[in-house]
Design a protein around this ligand. Structure first.
Ligand SMILES: C[S@@+](CC[C@H](N)C(=O)[O-])C[C@H]1O[C@@H](n2cnc3c(N)ncnc32)[C@H](O)[C@@H]1O
Length: 292
């Protein structure tokens, strides 16, 4: 049975942090702050300036439950129901991957091309394959008002979440969704085809961190026997849907650069850019067509 929590904001934050530290959480202070702020509707400034603010009983109960879920290993953003990506708040659902900061590398990698395309052609059509929460597409739309995007996913539940995110963020008019097995139902041509596909080899899923293995949907993780299945499909089929001089941008696992580059080379592409994440790992490859 967890200790009962104090009913004022400053002591509550400290007790929440201590409970998560005792449960062995890696970042108990941050998790405690996110949970307390979310359920109490308070800010970091209030925690400092209004330490004696009384927190209502029903809020305390919600915080208590959330702390217990966190202490049992549930990721903090699953408990909150959202995660920030590229400065935007994305609602999560059981069928969506939590968008990760590493994926912002992909957004940054294609952003100059998206901007230049809008300047040159008055528009930029983006296809986001495996859109999940819509994170990549909607981040690009937030940065480039002249861009439009189609988010593709096999999961209709993920697409429903992406549509809600587009609505909440104010991009519903420039974002549509399509349920499709990669390109199976896609039509038309796009200036940018972006994808953060599942890329974990099937046999490695069991060795992932508990928080990933137990809470991110396996459809979003499992890249088949060697983790490269989705890249084979994208490399082989993208050309029919790519505008002349368009770009294909893919997130990769940190050991996959050579294999994925070789696949795209075989399919008639050259590497236009390779980008590392904040940890210094190979993370994003951008390709252009070498053959018409
Ligand atoms: C790694 S997640 C990426 C989610 C999101 N784009 C992001 O970066 O946070 C991969 C996504 O691909 C989707 N997916 C898996 N297999 C698919 C398929 N055959 N066709 C289309 N989407 C698929 C999953 O449902 C999941 O949303």
């Amino acid at each position: 049975m967890a200790d009962s929590l104090p009913g004022t904001l400053g002591p509550l934050l400290r007790a929440a942090r201590d409970r998560l530290a005792a449960a062995g959480m890696a970042d108990p202070a941050l998790d405690a702050r996110l949970i307390v702020e979310h359920f109490s509707g308070t800010t970091r400034t209030q925690a400092i300036a209004e330490s004696q603010l009384v927190v209502e009983a029903n809020t305390m109960a919600a915080i208590d439950t959330a702390l217990n879920r966190r202490a049992a290993g549930e990721p903090v953003h699953r408990i909150l129901g959202y995660r920030e990506f590229y400065g935007l708040r994305f609602e999560l659902s059981p069928d969506t991957l939590e968008p990760r900061p590493d994926t912002e590398t992909l957004v940054e990698a294609v952003l100059p091309f998206v901007r230049a395309t809008v300047v040159r052609q008055g528009e930029c059509r983006i296809l986001d394959l495996g859109t999940g929460t819509g994170a990549i597409a909607l981040a690009l739309l937030s940065a480039v008002p002249g861009a439009v995007a189609t988010g593709v996913d096999l999961s209709e539940e993920a697409l429903a979440t992406a549509r809600r995110n587009a609505q909440k963020l104010g991009f519903a008019g420039r974002f549509e969704t399509l349920q499709s097995d990669w390109f199976a139902k896609v039509s038309g041509r796009y200036h940018v085809i972006a994808a953060n596909p599942p890329y974990i080899p099937s046999q490695d899923i069991g060795n992932l961190q508990d928080e990933v293995r137990d809470f991110d949907p396996h459809l979003a993780l499992d890249g088949g026997a060697d983790g490269l299945g989705p890249y084979r499909i994208i490399a082989a089929e993208a050309a029919r849907f790519l505008e002349v001089q368009g770009r294909v941008a893919v997130e990769i696992g940190h050991t996959q650069r050579n294999a994925v580059t070789a696949m795209f080379a075989t399919a008639g592409y050259s590497l236009a850019g390779a980008f590392r994440d904040l940890g210094g790992n190979d993370r994003v490859l951008v390709f252009e067509r070498t053959k018409p």
